[in-house]
Design a protein around this ligand. Structure first.
Ligand code: PLP
Ligand code: 3DJ
Length: 409
């Protein structure tokens, strides 16, 4: 008898058998070994901070000892530090459905949001000076709203918060841009990126997307859907580490008009000429500002090795299967009515997390964490469980649901 069966106190051996079958047939099972994960902790918080990829510590030790310790200043060019923002951008690009040369990595998501929103407003206003309205997702992660508010003031616009589903109806001839979170951080709802982008274009506006909760979790297909600008963090499903640099996507056709509100010297056409006059470089480089945090950037680059031989389509298939299975376990094992899923059941509307509303959610999450199930609590009453297909097993989903059932029994 296996450990799992011996501990099968749920009275539901069917779920145990199913988890075992699903794990045995999982084409991504091999990827778990690429991460530092323990068998006695179920980590369902990769949508906040991804687990540590095993390739990172050795690579960072080498960068510190050799590139920084010995080569020192020479590493900017001899070790490829200078071009790392574009190089790492091109590593991430296929996961976003972007052709090379459109993604640059550096700064935080908040800073990239600022660049993207101001630059998009400037592009829209250059086409039509009467465009003075920014539409922002009213359920957005707060930083986007704060930044957009400031960007609106800077560009002489006014900000209007609208529900993502209402964006098509709310667009008008004064709309400069819409800014929407692809997946809602609280509920895990996936918004209609192709439809909202299309509607924005039909109204003559630009579409800017925050991909923090979708990059590395599902196919985004930025080029195919005509997205204008996008940003996202790399410390969630891309596992780049705490504070790892964010990415900025500027569609190739907009790059010549991309007028950065933060035109630092790393975005200059001739940075080492050190001229007083600013002249923007071409291409994705234009999205850079100043000296990037090289250790974090190179940690992210090493972390991306965890994707070798893995497609984002495979990740999406497993993510939906994992979240379906977790929801089934929750429905089967928990007493009726103690939790309510606020994550859409329809696959087209679901990101890679399950959020359950529950009375006393904060205390329940504390208890889950003390019993080795790490998710997080989000105001006001949400238990949030993120599923990272590269290292999460179906058996983990089942065990998490069982422990939740024990707590809520
Ligand atoms: C949708 C979204 N945008 C932005 C951020 C954060 O931005 P930053 O990395 O600048 O803190 C987060 C998470 O922290 C997020 O979930
Ligand atoms: N970015 C974070 C941070 O700097 C500290 C703690 C948590 C985070 C997060 O990523 C929060 C996350 N974006 C969320 O969706 O809630």
């Amino acid at each position: 008898m296996s450990d799992e069966e011996r501990h099968d106190t749920s009275g539901d051996p069917e779920l145990t058998g199913l988890a075992k079958e699903l794990d045995a047939a999982d084409p991504l099972a091999f990827a778990r070994d690429r991460f530092v994960v323990e068998d006695d902790v179920i980590y369902l918080d990769g949508n906040s901070l991804g687990a540590l990829p095993k390739a990172v510590p050795d690579r960072i030790a080498q960068v510190i000892e050799h590139e920084w310790g010995r080569l020192r200043i020479r590493s900017w060019f001899e070790s490829g530090w200078w071009t790392a923002p574009e190089r790492v951008g091109d590593r991430i690009a296929p996961l976003l459905g972007a052709a090379p040369g459109q993604v640059v990595v550096g700064d935080s998501t908040s800073v990239n949001l600022f660049k993207a929103v101001v630059a998009a407003a400037r592009i829209a206003q250059r086409r039509d000076p009467a465009r003075d309205e920014l539409l922002v997702d009213d359920s957005t992660f707060p930083t986007d709203g704060y930044i957009a508010e400031s960007a609106a003031r800077m560009t002489g616009c006014r900000l209007r918060r609208v529900e993502p589903g209402d964006v098509p109806a709310e667009l008008g001839e004064r709309t400069a841009l819409v800014l929407v979170n692809h997946a809602d951080y609280r509920t895990g709802r996936l918004h209609d990126l192709p439809g909202i982008t299309r509607a924005a274009h039909q109204a003559g506006a630009l579409a800017v997307w925050d991909l923090c909760h979708s990059a590395g979790a599902l196919p985004v297909e930025l080029d195919r859907h005509g997205v204008d600008l996008a940003v996202g963090c790399t410390y969630k499903y891309l596992n780049g580490g705490p504070g790892s640099p964010a990415f900025l996507y500027v569609r190739a056709e907009h790059q010549p008009q991309f007028d950065s509100p933060l035109p630092g010297w790393h975005s200059h056409v001739e940075p080492f000429a050190m001229k007083p006059e600013y002249e923007a470089a071409d291409g994705a480089v234009r999205g850079r500002v100043g000296t990037p945090g090289i250790l974090s950037l190179l940690a992210l680059e090493a972390a991306l090795d965890a994707w070798d031989g893995v497609t984002v389509e495979q990740v999406r298939t497993k993510s939906l299967a994992l979240t379906d299975f977790f929801l089934r376990c929750v429905t089967t094992l928990l007493p009726d009515g103690v939790v309510e899923s606020v994550t859409p059941a329809r696959h087209e509307e679901r990101g890679s997390q399950v959020s359950l509303r529950c009375a006393g959610a904060r205390k329940v999450m504390d208890e889950l964490i003390s019993r080795g199930v790490v998710g997080d609590f989000r105001e006001p009453d949400v238990l949030r469980f993120g599923f990272t297909p590269l290292y999460t097993r179906y058996a983990d989903a089942l065990r998490a649901a069982r422990i939740l059932a024990e707590i809520l029994a």
